[in-house]
Write a protein that binds this ligand. Sequence first.
Ligand SMILES: [Fe+2]
Ligand SMILES: [Fe+2]
Length: 139
Amino acid sequence: MAYFEWADDLEIDQGPIDDDHRKLVEQVNELHSATSQGRGQEIVGRLLEDLERDTVEHVRREEAFLASVGYPETAEHHEGHERFLGDLRRLRQRFDEGSVTVAAQLSQLLRDWLSLHIRRYDRSVRDFLQAQRRAGRGR
Ligand SMILES: [Fe+2]
Ligand SMILES: [Fe+2]
């Protein structure tokens, strides 16, 4: 069984944003199974590179989407994205410097990103869209 299961409450747009988040869940699971087999250190360098590249693309896509739907809290949301990217870059730097605890730190970072950012900030976008749809129907 996967370490982290995709759940309906993670759905935001039933489209590209969800696809990105699903991929992230796969990466979390990949890290977890590698770590539990003692292979965390083997894959963490490559995974950090992938995560950095995917996250840069994802936040660009997500922020363009937020702007297009007129979502109001973009500055705070944007800060969360920048912080996460900064954390990923710092971990890659530590990895490049030879740190052997990066896999565990990355695992913690991703867990927080899923449960604190995606489940809270990204989720509030879905609530916003639903409220808009309801308001639209009421007109
Ligand atoms: Fe997101
Ligand atoms: Fe986000």
